[in-house]
Write a protein that binds this ligand. Structure first.
Ligand code: WTA
Length: 643
């Protein structure tokens, strides 16, 4: 989707430029003294109980320590300090439920709720060093639960509510979570959608260290109850004291583990810690979004189950003292104008969403947003996948009224916070390009041999200096951390993305160079879906590819060979799709599963996915000369077109 170019650039208005938070001086300061720049940001944007004296310890790469001898409480930075500064009456969260219920929660109220929730978790035995699994809809209690963990120095592991019981089980086991916080369900497309049954099923699989399940009542639907283990949020949190002293923890105390798909079967638990993560998250909210906490209303449409929700719903905006909107449901419930009615209702000034959502709205037509007053918007952000210039210009023109800068932000679960984005008000924006690294961030584009490439040469994006919000490891697996990210080029972080600099030195992303797919901005691994398919009794072999898709960026296509004794039935494709759905989650269900007799393999038996991708993209049969048997592709192609 990135091939179409558009050389138009959009300079910022003089008015925007004059008030922009980031100036050329930030770039100059960071270029002169990168560590000094980050130390300065850490001191000015974060409250430390014990000031740090060392900015970065990189004596044992790739294991970094940022602000290592400092101590802080992340939750107190997101809450108490704003109340103490006299901003307790400022709205922290405007919550909009899908059925239309709404609640506005001030910083003072949120602080009290988090203190009570921290007391509740402490009463269940949660303390520093523990892990708590969170499996929730998009409601304020989710944010409260995360901050309550942070307040106690315990790490949360949020599992996206769209993941299955099996996926939840493996994540609970891997993180060794002792407590699960969930809800009876949430609302999805006008109906209650349950969550608690998946927790029950996950825990019924056994072997988990979980001894408490705390359940928020959101939908009021009946749920099964395990006496002794299950507790209502209203009961355990409701009765707690509103006093809770926030203890200071080390800057490197774990803040969260978040699982993400990689190139091999098992998802990786990405570990983030406190001081560096909070520094860069907070800085990026001011820099990339040009946030003015007194006047802006910020809305990030992501789910808290992904890193975008962690950094740009919970930690970044709250640490920055922002007022934000949290919406529970989907953009088309009850109608396709829902998002724009929310922008109008709350006067949203900064909107942050994903290209797939922008393309969907574009398909629905200009007349839908035209029915709403969107004049409060002043900045539009994009994240999750390359944004094609057509969607970019539509976003700017139709949603942004041709006045708002469109800021395409590149980053990853692993990077913790924004890494590449045009700084608003400082540079002219360019449709389809993420443009340049943030001040204090150093990236390069390498060829396969690790030579740094110049303009107009596609290569591999690397980050060649450590950064504050960088992942500190893969939970419980230091070797995997080193192998996955730091071994392709010795001592240099390999992101897995292809990219090029254009003639102006602006960065264009070219998609993943590994077997990670990007479907609607969600990362999925081909290997993980393949292993799910072959785990089904009927399947002998499977190959999965991500093929270009107009709306979702990529879509999952699977090619499977059935076991010899299995008869192909009409409902086989549907059965296998349902199997992947229950094994991983609905988001991983292939769009199509083609049942074939052969898979294209090299002489050494490696599946050539590129050929299957061409087929799924209707590009015909590509160069099959590397195959052990070149005629295989014709056979597969016939089977695909007749299925
Ligand atoms: C892709 C999401 C192009 C990229 C924050 C990256 C992007 C992966 C962009 C991380 C963008 C994210 N332009 N590609 N603006 N943003 N990506 O961990 O392939 O869910 O490696 O983090 O998404 O996905 P993750």
């Amino acid at each position: 989707m990135t091939e179409s170019r558009n050389s138009n650039t959009y300079p910022p208005t003089a008015e925007f430029a004059a008030q922009a938070n980031v100036t050329a001086a930030d770039y100059e300061a960071a270029a002169e003294d990168r560590l000094g720049f980050w130390a300065d940001k850490a001191r000015s944007l974060v409250d430390w109980k014990t000031p740090f004296t060392e900015t970065l310890d990189w004596s044992n790469p790739p294991f970094a320590r940022w602000f290592g001898d400092g101590q802080l409480n992340v939750a107190a930075n997101c809450l108490d300090r704003h109340v103490e500064a006299g901003n307790g009456d400022r709205v922290a969260i405007h919550f909009e439920g899908e059925p239309g219920d709404s609640r506005s929660i001030t910083y003072a109220e949120l602080t009290t709720e988090v203190k009570k929730a921290a007391n509740a978790l402490a009463s269940l035995g949660v303390s520093q060093g523990d892990r708590v699994a969170i499996y929730m809809p998009m409601i304020p209690e989710t944010v409260i639960a995360m901050l309550a963990c942070a307040r106690l120095g315990a790490a949360h592991s949020v599992v996206f509510g769209g993941f299955s019981a099996d996926a939840l089980h493996s994540r609970i086991l891997d993180a060794e979570a002792r407590v699960v916080i969930t809800a009876d369900g949430g609302y999805r497309r006008g109906k209650p959608s349950s969550l608690k049954p998946a927790v029950d099923a996950a825990l019924a699989k056994g072997d988990t260290p979980v001894d408490h399940v705390v359940v928020v009542e959101r939908t009021g639907e009946d749920v099964a109850w395990v006496e002794g283990r299950d507790k209502k949020w209203a009961d355990v949190v409701g009765q707690q004291s509103e006093e809770h002293e926030a203890e200071a923890f080390d800057a490197e105390n774990p803040l969260f583990v978040l699982y993400t798909s990689g190139t091999t079967g098992k998802p990786k638990g990405i570990l983030h810690t406190s001081g560096g993560y909070l520094t860069q998250s907070t800085y990026s909210v001011f820099a990339t979004f040009d946030l003015k906490p007194e006047t802006d209303v910020f809305w990030c449409t992501a789910d808290v189950g992904w890193v975008t929700g962690h950094t740009y719903i919970v930690y970044g905006p709250l640490s920055a003292g922002a007022t934000q909107v949290i919406y529970e449901g989907t953009p088309d419930t009850p109608d396709k104008g829902r998002w724009w009615s929310i922008v109008e209702k709350y006067g949203v000034s900064i909107l942050y969403t994903a290209p797939t959502a922008i393309r969907t709205c574009m398909k629905w037509g200009d007349d839908i947003p035209a029915q709403y007053d969107l004049s409060s918007l002043r900045l539009l952000g994009s994240v999750g996948e390359p944004i094609n210039p057509e969607a970019w210009t539509w976003y700017r023109r139709v949603i942004g009224g041709d006045r708002c800068p469109v800021i395409d932000t590149w980053w990853q679960t692993e990077t913790g916070a924004h890494m590449i984005a045009p700084m608003p008000g400082l540079v002219p924006t360019k449709p389809g390009s993420s443009q340049r690294a943030l001040p204090g961030i150093s990236v390069k584009i390498f060829d396969d041999e690790g030579q740094s490439l110049g303009n107009d040469q596609p290569g591999l994006l690397v980050i060649d200096e450590p950064w504050p919000a960088m992942l500190r490891g893969v939970y419980g697996d230091p070797e995997r951390y080193k192998d996955t990210y730091w071994s392709r080029f010795d001592g240099i972080y390999f992101a897995g993305d292809g990219a090029r600099f254009d003639e102006d030195g602006d960065i264009w992303f070219l998609g993943r160079v590994d077997d990670v797919m990007n479907v609607s901005g969600h990362r999925l691994s081909t290997a993980e879906i393949e292993s799910s398919l072959v785990a089904h009794d009927a399947v002998a072999e499977a190959a999965v590819v991500g093929a270009a898709d107009e709306t979702s960026g990529q879509a999952v296509y699977a090619f499977v060979i059935l076991r010899a004794e299995v008869e192909e039935t009409d409902d086989m494709e549907e059965k296998l799709r349902a199997h992947v759905g229950s094994d991983i989650g609905p988001i991983a269900k292939p769009k199509r599963i083609h049942i074939v007799d052969e898979l294209p393999k090299t002489r050494s038996g490696k599946i050539v996915r590129r050929l299957l991708k061409d087929l799924a993209e209707n590009k015909g049969v590509g160069d099959s000369s590397t195959l052990a048997d070149a005629s295989v592709m014709d056979l597969i192609s016939q089977q695909v077109s007749s299925s």
